[in-house]
Design a protein around this ligand. Structure first.
Ligand SMILES: [Zn+2]
Ligand SMILES: [Zn+2]
Length: 119
């Protein structure tokens, strides 16, 4: 699949306004299918732990809102110039765990901040 400059602009615009514009987009839906097929519809996190779970979703390792330019990239080059997977097939459980990690982190910060209030 070729990604044009216009596609990247569209990703950036969606990330700024309405991310669902991206997730409804036919180009994303086709790519999502391609990733699932590539991973044989198997959760890659479970697979790494020698477990089998059917994949239900395709996750952006580089969070879409923060890195919209990678929205349609299966692979990206990391800071060290190493090609890594950006789009990975996950089961719902692993997908939630990936997102909870961030949520818990910010909840924790909020909690600490609240506890340090004097009033
Ligand atoms: Zn899994
Ligand atoms: Zn995700």
């Amino acid at each position: 699949m070729t990604i044009t400059k216009a596609d990247i602009e569209r990703c950036k615009a969606a990330a700024k306004t309405d991310v669902y514009q991206f997730y409804k987009w036919s180009k994303w839906l086709r790519l999502r299918e391609e990733v699932l097929r590539m991973d044989k519809y198997e959760c890659q996190k479970c697979k790494a732990m020698h477990r089998y779970s059917p994949a239900q979703t395709v996750h952006h390792v580089y969070e879409f809102r923060k890195y919209p330019k990678y929205g349609l990239s299966i692979y990206v080059e990391n800071e060290n110039g190493v090609k890594v997977r950006n789009l990975v097939s996950l089961c719902n459980r692993c997908h939630n765990a990936e997102h909870e990690r961030f949520k818990n982190h910010s909840n924790m910060i909020k909690k600490v901040m609240n506890e340090e209030r004097w009033d």
